[in-house]
Design a protein. Structure first.
Length: 332
């Protein structure tokens, strides 16, 4: 039996998590859930938006499913803290066109792999008499690890090219190091093409010719920005899942926020949360059920009869999930 940490969070995080759990429970899998808290409501209860107990629970399970949390001013980020504490060094963001979804392109299928532990998100900031500064930390170890992960991901998923994204023409030492190590690792994978672009050019290419990308590997901040741009190409954040992968387990989350403006209305799009659960199942080896759930959701999106308002429909969150379950049961 696989043990899964469930962190619903707050806002619509709780609502889309409920939908995802309904789908998982309908799959026939024998999963044991360990519920934990994080986010604004957690802060209101305990004065801490990411308790040590939550981290402890997540470290002891096979995977963590994370909903969404509201930012708490002057508190460390719950999700970044979990990534660091669990050493989840690789963030994986698929950019894939979906049937029935209005988007800029209908033929995209690439993946952004983002280094998750350092860069400008290392938290090395301080105020100065003139303002403030931040240290952009790029290490050989992390650069080597994320580049190797990207090429291994390409091998496992029959991808043909890995593209490094950087700004080495300006950030000569930090991104120069990242680029050099990328090509050092690329030498170990002669069967996979490798190339690189500057991050500003990449942002333009995402709009003008995104079909040239297969696997993109980059540093933390660049990956964060490009990932959301990628989501915009294929329908928006409500459809965008993500995985945070480490050596021992992973954390899986939709990339949308807690959306307090629609909290409690029951109209949040559960797609990104369900797709994230699919990525979780793939990671723990439940490939068959993952595939069936993904196909079920894709059928619902393509038919367009049970969609939430952000997708042009009138269905509630749970109604859309129930339609996914109906499709799933026909495949079991």
């Amino acid at each position: 039996m696989k043990k899964i940490t469930i962190i619903p969070g707050d806002g619509i995080g709780k609502e889309v998590m409920e939908a995802a759990i309904l789908v998982l429970d309908s799959s026939g899998l024998n999963l044991e859930y360990k519920f934990a808290e994080a986010g604004y409501e957690c802060f209101q209860k305990y004065g801490n938006n990411i308790p040590d107990e939550t981290i402890k629970i997540a470290k002891k399970t096979d995977a963590t499913l994370f909903g969404a949390v509201t930012t708490v001013k002057d508190q460390k980020s719950a999700i970044i803290t979990l990534r660091k504490e669990m050493n989840l060094f690789a963030n994986v963001r698929p950019v894939k066109s979906l049937p029935g979804i209005k988007s800029l392109y209908t033929d995209l299928d690439f993946v952004i792999i983002r280094e998750n532990t350092e860069g400008l998100y290392s938290g090395l900031e301080k105020y100065t008499p003139e303002g403030a500064n931040a240290i952009r930390l790029i290490t050989k170890k992390a650069s080597r690890r994320i580049s190797k992960f990207a090429f291994e991901y390409a091998l496992k998923n029959n991808r043909k090219r890995v593209t490094a994204v950087h700004k080495a023409n300006v950030l000569k030492k930090t991104d120069g190091l990242f680029k050099d190590i990328f090509y050092e690792i690329a030498g170990d994978y002669p069967g996979i093409d490798s190339n690189d672009y500057y991050v500003d050019a990449t942002a333009m290419y995402f709009i003008t010719k995104p079909q040239i990308f297969d696997i993109v590997v980059t540093s933390n901040l660049f990956g964060d920005i490009l990932s959301d741009e990628g989501a915009g190409l294929v329908g928006g954040l409500g459809l965008a899942p993500s995985a945070n992968i480490g050596d021992y387990n992973g954390l899986f989350e939709p990339v949308h926020g807690s959306a307090p403006d629609i909290e409690g209305k029951g109209i949040a799009n559960p797609s990104a949360m369900i797709f994230s659960a699919v990525m979780m199942l793939e990671n723990i080896g439940e490939m068959d059920i993952a595939n069936k759930i993904e196909k079920s959701l894709l059928e619902v999106l393509k038919e367009g009869k049970y969609l939430t308002p952000d997708l042009g429909g009138r269905s509630k969150t749970i109604e859309m999930a129930e339609e996914v379950i109906k499709k799933l049961k026909s495949k079991l």
